[in-house]
Design a binder for this molecule. Structure first.
Ligand code: 6PG
Length: 476
């Protein structure tokens, strides 16, 4: 046995991860259900490092040094269970199975517990960064036991993106913690993309900017606080031309956003945890709205827009307002995402270091952004920060941006441009900072129609009002 690690499943992500491992001096046993893919990998990239071609899972297991480490890179779903089963039969106690797909963390918990009973380690691992990240350095979010990380961690850290000489990889927490954090990462990714889409729509619709001008605006934004991978590639997509004609690429793309489901999972789980991830939820729903082509067609021309056209006196100032609104809304989306990680950690008994999550998201992943350094600092300074929004830097950012934010949301409403992301983020901000919320009235309603009781601001205990009688108060 000579291989340091194995990869099974050699579609784009698996292939690039195997190459990344080989390029970093690890000898990699490679396997794919259809052998042609394995052969193609070695034929094309064989000189990048040491690859050991394996025809079967058994072969793969035989080729590995102990404890054996096998990374599964098959498409998340039922296929994963099949591969795990086959591997578990061939492996020996102490060996480590890594699932690098976008698995649901509940599945990961189930798999981890089943393999633990057989003496095997199961490490559900989030890997972000797409094809290029897998090859050149992704952000890696491994769960599982600390013991497994001790053996596996150094290899993963060697192939991860590096920022300031720190690898974008750390042990997230037990069992499904890695996949949970990856899920929230994707939820934030959805929110971030939705906000970018709204900023683009506003500037284009309200100011009538061309796609070239918009590409330039995003390029400029990318040199400030907003600097991030998503803003950078927004400029690139906006600047792209239709490969079949003269116009802009973005204008020939069907306007229905698809999804593989990780954003939806984030919201489903957030509902169970009770974490208000309104920015992520609006982003998921906005994708659904875009996909309801029949409804959109039926409403187009039937539902009216504003009767007067909005004119903006100072376009430059409006661009700056949108930039600030985007940054403030983005801060809210991340704040909500980090809240969700904290709540998930509590619910599932994981010891997750929030600052470390910001640290490993600084490079490699899709949501990598300059301001993650600020998030890292905020949690390092105050690990039990109640909300990112109250960290001095972020509080200042949203406070300074709030007037712009309000103007943008108001202008959007007046112009008939949907801004569910900006709007939800601003409402969340206002809800958090308000003295009193209409929740009190809702409690009154619940008590009236269902005797659900209410608590008082000035006394302990729960109470019920005799609504149909003399309106006296009883202790519940
Ligand atoms: C990543 C991406 C990756 C994938 C998304 C796309 O972190 O590298 O998030 O996991 O591209 O799952 O998600 P949708 O297809 O749901 O938009």
């Amino acid at each position: 046995a000579q291989a340091d690690i194995a990869v099974t499943g050699l579609a784009t992500m698996g292939r690039n991860l195997a190459r990344n491992l080989a390029r970093h001096g690890h000898s990699v046993a490679v396997h794919n259900r259809t052998k042609a893919r394995t052969d193609a990998l070695v034929a094309t990239y064989g000189d990048e490092g040491t690859f050991i071609v394996c025809d079967s899972i058994e072969d793969l297991v035989r080729s590995l040094k102990r404890p054996r480490k096998v990374i599964i890179m098959v498409q998340a779903g039922a296929g994963t269970d099949e591969v795990i089963e086959q591997l578990a039969d061939a492996l020996e106690p102490g060996d480590i199975v890594v699932d690098g797909g976008n698995a649901h963390f509940i599945d990961t918990r189930r798999r981890e517990s089943a393999l633990r009973e057989r003496g095997l380690h199961f490490v559900g691992t989030g890997i972000s960064g797409g094809e290029e990240g897998a090859l050149l350095g992704p952000s890696i979010m491994p769960g599982g036991t600390a013991e497994a990380y001790q053996t596996l961690g150094p290899i993963l850290e060697s192939i991860a993106a590096q920022v300031d000489d720190t690898p974008c990889c750390t042990h997230v927490g037990a069992d499904g913690a890695g996949h949970f954090v990856k899920m929230v990462h994707n939820g934030i990714e959805y929110a971030d993309m939705q906000l970018i889409g709204e900023a683009y729509d506003l500037l284009r619709t309200v100011l009538g900017k061309s796609t070239e001008e918009l590409a330039e605006i995003f390029r400029t934004w990318n040199s400030g606080d907003l600097e991030s991978f998503l803003i950078e590639i927004t400029a690139e997509v906006l600047a792209a031309k239709d490969p079949r004609g003269e116009g802009a690429f973005v204008d020939v793309v069907l306007d229905q956003t698809e999804q593989k489901g990780t954003g939806r999972w984030t919201v489903q789980i957030a509902l169970d945890l009770g974490t208000p991830v309104s920015g992520i939820a609006e982003a998921v729903f906005a994708r659904s709205v875009s996909g309801h082509a029949e409804q959109r067609q039926a409403a187009n021309g039937v539902l009216e827009g504003p009767s007067t056209k909005i004119t903006i006196d100072k376009p430059e100032e409006f661009v700056e307002d949108v930039r600030r609104a985007l940054y403030a809304s983005k801060v809210v989306a991340y704040a909500q995402g980090f809240d969700m990680i904290r709540d998930g950690a509590e619910a599932y008994d994981w010891d997750i270091d929030l600052g470390a999550m910001a640290t490993i998201w600084r490079g490699g992943c899709i949501i990598r952004a300059r301001f993650l350094d600020r998030i890292r600092e905020a949690y390092e300074k105050t690990p039990d920060l109640p909300s990112l929004l109250v960290d001095p830097y972020f509080a200042r950012t949203v406070n300074e941006g709030q007037e712009s934010w309000r103007r943008v949301v108001a202008t959007a409403a007046a112009a008939g441009v949907p801004v569910p992301g900006f709007g939800a983020a601003l409402s969340y901000y206002d809800a958090l900072r308000r003295d009193r919320l209409p929740a009190a009235l809702l409690q009154g309603l619940r008590d009236l129609f269902g005797a659900h009781t209410y608590r008082r601001t000035d006394a302990e205990g729960s109470f019920h009002l005799d609504w149909s009688g003399d309106k006296s108060e009883q202790e519940a």
